[in-house]
Design a protein around this ligand. Sequence first.
Ligand code: UFG
Length: 328
Amino acid sequence: MELSESKTIIVTGGAGYIGSHACKALANAGYLPVAYDNLSRGHDWAVKWGPLEKGDILDSDRLSELMKKYQPSAVMHFAALAYVGESVTNPLLYYHNNVVGTYTLLRTMLRHNINKFIFSSTCAVYGDPQELPLTESHRRSPVNPYGNTKAMVETMLEDLAAIEQISFISLRYFNAAGADTEGEIGESHEPETHLIPLVLEVASGKRPHIEIFGNDYDTPDGTCVRDYIHVTDLADAHIKSLEYILDNKGSEFFNLGTEYGYSVNEIIENAKHITNKEIDVKIKARRPGDPPALIADSSKIKKILNWKSKYSNINQILSSAWEWQKNN
Ligand code: UFG
């Protein structure tokens, strides 16, 4: 990084689950994270490591004001709608927010000569896997509107990078889970739809049972297998990505998973052990759009960015999430 480079980073969605953990990691690495968030799904209490600027990624005037005021050296873009089910029932909401919103953000950045971009992508860009583990070269073929919006932005980024208007890192997250190990922030979605927080809500008595969406998949125990990655490990990958693009090393796509798959049943069994509580289950029909198994090949990010997971043992993930849930 050049000495004159600004240490200020704009973090859209900085009040959200993954964005707030990235803000903490940025501050720990000596950057000033400026959280830009409309607070529609994020929380002002999660912004602790820099200023909160309220605003929407669809508002180009507000974005312009922000770029002028802070002159960031890069933008980390977390702000997005991210419920697969909601994207199926309301696709235009997703195309507007995730695609038009990101277009507006990119256009405003370029007008202000800001051209370093870190994008929150997803393994949902791959759709139903043709082979496992998934590598970055697997074809992009999403099976729901949410995945389509992320794939469209990736295409936009490739086209801009081809003419050197931008350099980007697109991080394809597998299943983000867990909470800050110092207990400062954690997951808080309304409504909550993710497996781990729901299982822990059953353990703490807030819900009567967990519904298992399908036990007749072609997997070892019949329930879906996912690659759960600790949110702090995800945040750390953002710092490494930032350093890579600030050093002008080019644009890349990286998978971010632990390369281990756990079934829904295994998550529930481990959660019983961690919480020391009974967890009642009800078997339900499959949830539309769920691939049987998603497991990352993360060798590319390990090799190029020297990233490795520190907290992503499933028991570390579950116990950090459990601590957060008990205390909040
Ligand atoms: N599941 C249940 N019961 C529940 C909730 C989930 O059985 O009450 C199952 C799901 O069917 C799935 C697994 O638990 O097999 C994990 O489900 P999550 O909802 O926790 O996570 P997803 O795998 O659906 O979604 C995550 C991200 C999305 C991203 C997707 C990519 O949250 O943003 O991975 O596949 F798009």
